[in-house]
Design a protein around this ligand. Sequence first.
Ligand SMILES: Cc1cc2nc3c(=O)[nH]c(=O)nc-3n(C[C@H](O)[C@H](O)[C@H](O)COP(=O)(O)O)c2cc1C
Length: 182
Amino acid sequence: MNFQELILKRQSVRKFDKFRPIEEEKIFRILEAGRLAPSASNSQPWTFVAIKEPKLCQSIAKATFTTLVNFNKFAVNSTFFVVIVVEKSKIIAQIGGAIKKRNYPLIDIGIAAENMCLQAEEDGVGSCMLGWFDENKIKELLQIPKEKFIGLVIPFGYAAVNYPLRKKVRKPLEKVVRWNKY
Ligand SMILES: Cc1cc2nc3c(=O)[nH]c(=O)nc-3n(C[C@H](O)[C@H](O)[C@H](O)COP(=O)(O)O)c2cc1C
């Protein structure tokens, strides 16, 4: 699979096979892909809390549900979670971010998250980034200090058998690219 094929193949998987755990070496590669991500001033402002203990996975999954719109229920069948905690950047990136009014750490963790999801996909493992979760509950479950900020929760797992590869729904290139001026 070349890189373009990988990008087309990665999709948010919302039906995991709960009976098929992810192999250790694949879990390692996912975490390593996050670790190797670029970041502003090479600050690496992240901690990846990795969870594969089945009961804890269930509890994390439940903390991503909402009864409002039946959201994120699929996470309950995930066999491996990464919770990305946003850490402080190096002082140089903090100063730069304050002067330039940029939230570099949030950009950084987004890149690390996509690195992990693409690595997972290359190994045949599905994922879905979750931005909707009960932050306090997850902090409590994982003993994350209250003052920290959780950026993303990512459930991983093998997609259920016959899970379809969806066509990418994206704005056309002409809509998102402007040449030489806004
Ligand atoms: C920051 C972020 C937060 C997201 N939060 C959720 C979520 O809480 N639940 C969910 O089902 N999908 C979530 N997604 C997945 C997006 O819905 C999905 O990436 C988008 O619809 C494009 O589809 P694709 O990933 O299949 O290409 C999130 C994605 C990102 C990048």
